[in-house]
Design a protein around this ligand. Structure first.
Ligand SMILES: NC(=O)c1ccc[n+]([C@@H]2O[C@H](COP(=O)([O-])OP(=O)(O)OC[C@H]3O[C@@H](n4cnc5c(N)ncnc54)[C@H](OP(=O)(O)O)[C@@H]3O)[C@@H](O)[C@H]2O)c1
Length: 250
């Protein structure tokens, strides 16, 4: 039996990842604020058990408690593989730094960085003695390397998430049954996040016209294609050999 925990599974890339992983030998733990009953019904029709957790990841203690609760219901000896995919994220707030509000900065840093860090920490602690192969995937972005005017918070959180991943990878490599961990950048995907970018107020984001053109020309990947490419990489034998991977470059 395999178990995958996916944050932000209610729509976009997270929902496509959950959909692609639904199988009778696979249990899923899905986290988001919205209900995920359609996803649960589809999984049930394919013989896949989904533990759907409605949780606001900006409340990090509650997110960790949800993970603890989910893993307490699992018999470790039945699992061959366990994977945590920290996928939930937001591009907002998008505006020049001098017009950002402190509360929205804090919320974005919590969702994009503190929550994946805390879930990674809890996952490693809770599964340390488990015989299953352990993998952790942090969904990052090309914005971790390329600076965009107006995206200072998003760029900074993704860059920090990548560096967190590099440090944890070094720690886990020293351990006999350590987890493999990587930050994976999926490329641009046709999800609500892109719709948010296209709907920004004029003047908030200089490169908005390029993103409008990418949508119009059909250059955005579908969430299904992006999920397939990610899963191919996550399931490969050399997953974690490089801690930060841009899937557009391989
Ligand atoms: N789309 C792109 O072009 C692109 C490119 C590079 C990287 N990425 C990365 O890919 C990941 C997924 O993005 P996406 O495009 O699929 O975004 P999306 O369509 O906006 O979906 C975001 C997901 O995160 C969940 N979420 C948001 N805030 C949350 C909160 N406070 N607590 C719990 N869950 C929350 C949402 O569920 P609820 O609203 O139900 O809570 C939703 O399931 C992100 O990390 C993003 O940075 C996306």
């Amino acid at each position: 039996m395999r178990l995958t925990i996916i944050t932000g599974a209610s729509r976009g890339l997270g929902a496509a990842l959950a959909e692609a992983l639904m199988a009778p030998d696979h249990r899923l733990v899905c986290m988001a604020r919205s209900a995920m009953s359609a996803l649960q019904n589809r999984a049930a029709s394919r013989g896949c058990l989904v533990d759907a957790r409605r949780v606001d990841l900006c409340d990090v203690s509650k997110a960790v408690a949800a993970l603890e609760d989910s893993l307490a219901a699992v018999s470790p000896e039945t699992l061959t593989e366990i994977c945590l995919i920290n996928n939930a994220g937001t591009v907002e707030p998008v505006r020049p730094a001098q017009r950002l509000l402190s509360d929205e900065i804090a919320a974005s840093v919590t969702l994009n960085l503190s929550a994946p860090m805390a879930l990674t920490s809890a996952f490693l602690r809770l599964t340390s003695g488990w015989p299953a192969q352990k993998r952790i995937v942090n969904i990052t972005s090309g914005a971790a390397h390329k600076a965009y005017e107006g995206w200072s918070v998003y760029c900074a959180t993704k860059a920090a998430l990548d560096h967190f991943t590099r440090c944890v990878a070094l720690e886990q490599q020293q351990l006999p049954r350590g987890a493999r961990i990587a930050s994976l950048a999926p490329g641009m995907i046709d999800t609500d996040m892109q719709a948010v970018i296209r709907a920004l107020a004029p003047g908030d984001f200089k490169e908005q016209s390029r993103f409008l053109a990418l949508k119009e020309s059909g250059a955005l990947a579908t969430p299904e294609d992006a999920a397939r490419r990610l899963i191919h990489h996550i399931e490969a034998n050399d997953f974690g050999a490089e801690p930060v991977v841009d899937l557009r470059r391989i």
